[in-house]
Write a protein that binds this ligand. Structure first.
Ligand SMILES: [Zn+2]
Length: 111
């Protein structure tokens, strides 16, 4: 039985930079897909590791596409929450303020 190897670094698949943040460990995002029967890309699987700048540059592109696709829609959109599952809240005081003052959508996944 081989010993379990720990991952000491993950390099960004786009820019090649390390995703290791000194004293905090690995910080990276993942763009992942597993296309199955019925899709045009049946059987293809993707996983792209992104450093923080590349992740948010990618997210910015998706937000722009979303904005263009829905620019004539009557619905108001908050693109800042697109894809966000959870916003980390670092201060209990801020958390309490947010819970009482922000609309519920800030805590839920965007459209
Ligand atoms: Zn990168």
């Amino acid at each position: 039985m081989e010993p379990i190897k720990s991952v000491s670094d993950v390099q960004c698949d786009v820019c090649g930079n390390s995703t290791h943040v000194k004293e905090y460990g690995l910080q990276f995002g993942t763009l992942r897909a597993n296309w199955c029967y019925g899709s045009a890309h049946d059987g293809e699987r993707y996983e792209i590791g992104l450093c923080e700048p590349c992740f948010f540059r990618t997210l910015l592109g998706l937000r722009r596409d979303r904005m263009v696709n829905f620019m004539f829609s009557d619905e108001g959109q908050d693109l800042s929450v697109l894809g966000m599952l959870l916003a980390m809240i670092f201060s209990m005081t801020v958390a309490l303020d947010l819970l009482t003052s922000l609309p519920r959508q800030h805590y839920q996944r965007g459209a």
